[in-house]
Structures are given as C-alpha cells and as structure tokens.
Design a protein around this ligand. Sequence first.
Ligand SMILES: NC(=O)c1ccc[n+]([C@@H]2O[C@H](COP(=O)([O-])OP(=O)(O)OC[C@H]3O[C@@H](n4cnc5c(N)ncnc54)[C@H](OP(=O)(O)O)[C@@H]3O)[C@@H](O)[C@H]2O)c1
Length: 252
Amino acid sequence: MASDGKVAIITGAGSGIGKATALAFLNDGYSVGFAGRRRDPLENAIKEAGEKASRAIAVPTDISNPGAVKNLFSKTRDKFGRIDVVFNNAGFGAPPVALEDLTIEQWKAVVDTNLTGTFLCIQEAFRVMKSQNPRGGRIINNGSVSAHVPRPNSAPYVATKHGITGLTKSASLDGRKYDIACCQIDIGNAMTERASRISRGVLQADGSIKPEPMMNVREVANAVLYMASLPLDANVQFMTIIATKMPYIGRG
Ligand SMILES: NC(=O)c1ccc[n+]([C@@H]2O[C@H](COP(=O)([O-])OP(=O)(O)OC[C@H]3O[C@@H](n4cnc5c(N)ncnc54)[C@H](OP(=O)(O)O)[C@@H]3O)[C@@H](O)[C@H]2O)c1
C-alpha cells in the first residue's frame, strides 16, 4: 500500500469527516491514532476497518486538555514508533442564536476546542516531529469556508476558524526549521450527521431559509489523503473543497 509504515493522528475520528478520513488512511496503509472525547464512537469506527483495525488505536482525548493531548501523542508514538501526519479535525460551532444572546460559556467552549485544542495538538506535534528520526512531518488543519465568510449567527465558529488560518500560517513558518509542513483544508457542505441540517434548510444571509447542496464526505477524506501523500518539500498550503452548487461563490 502507498503509505505502509506511516503513522497518523486524527482528532474527531469517531464521526463524520474525521472517521471517513481515518478509515481512508487505514486503507492506504497508515497506522492511525483515533482521538475524540468519547471512547465508544472511536472503537465503533475502528471496528469498521475490519482486519486493518490492527493498525489503529483509540485514545479518548479532550483536545482542550494539555495533559490529554500529551497522552494522545505519547500513546500513538509508543505503539507505532513515530508520527508522520496529524489531522487537526475536531471542532464544532455554538448554537445558532443571535450574537448578543450567546453566553460566555458557549463562546469559551468553541474557543477551547477549535482554537486552543488545535494549538495544543500543533505544539505537541512539533515536539514529537522535530525530535524523531527521520525528522519532520505534516500537520493538516481543518478550517472551513467559515474561515473566509460567515453564516448568520455563527460568530464563535467563524472567529475560531479564521484563527485556524493564523495558526496554519504560523506553524508553516515556524515548522520549516524542523522539516514540518503545515497546511489547511477549508470544507464547504460535506454530508455528515452534524452538517445534515444544512441539507434540510438553513438560515441564509438574506433572512430566508433554504436547503443547500452537499457533497459526499469521502471526497474530503480523499483530499486530505492527497495532501498527506506529498513529500515534505512540497505542500498544498490551502485547499478549498466545496459542494459545487452551494451558495458560497457568488453574491448572496
Ligand atoms: N461537515 C462540513 O460540511 C464541514 C464544513 C466545514 C468544516 N467542517 C469541520 O470539520 C470538522 C468535523 O466536522 P463534522 O461535520 O465531521 O462533525 P462531527 O461529526 O461532529 O465531528 C466532530 C468530531 O470532533 C470531536 N470533538 C469535539 N470536541 C472535541 C474535543 N474537545 N476533543 C476531542 N474531540 C472533540 C467529536 O467527538 P466527541 O464528541 O466524542 O469528542 C466529533 O467526532 C469540524 O472541525 C468542522 O468545523 C465541517
């Protein structure tokens, strides 16, 4: 297989994009550390891999907790020997209420996971990748088209996804001296359980509610796999992958 012997960590691997990507990585020959807060979805996802499950490990992890992130990286490295790729995928939005009605707890929950959690995983990836032999690796951050433009009532999500772009750029620059490449995938409307509400009808910028076109989550998994497949001296710095007919390109 193309990636025999390579090792990846994927956060949010128990569902949606993370699960589809983790299974695609296993199929391609990677060993994979599956991370997420709940153990059951991680173990159920690994079961779907059949015989390839022997190259997977479930590590229940809240990425907003620095100790848990350290544990995720050390468990995965101890089991598989090194870490070549980290897909920072875990994330979510606050309930879609008016900006002025958000609670501080709702704001902080999104910042803690989407921004602080991604930062902690980048930091730990640096520590491991700079000291392994051969040195280096690749970090792929999951942004969103919300890293470019907002939906109504999504300030914490949009602000943190814009923040991911800053983290990607900083990690790309600071990682060069360690042979660490960093890149970002910005997704629009991949059909997951969480995103399925968009296909049923979602608030638009003009106040109307409309269902939006979606794409299959496997297209995202294949795109992440491609980004991961490049040699470390080449990098897809940013990739935008969207449902072709979603209302993103064009004036709304
Ligand atoms: N689907 C889309 O169209 C779309 C578009 C743009 C961007 N994205 C991004 O893609 C990512 C995945 O989205 P999805 O649609 O696949 O949704 P999802 O199925 O809800 O995936 C989110 C995953 O993150 C995990 N998670 C949440 N908080 C965590 C934490 N603190 N620590 C560790 N894991 C945590 C969840 O598992 P636990 O609850 O068990 O922790 C869950 O498996 C998100 O970052 C989202 O912003 C998705």
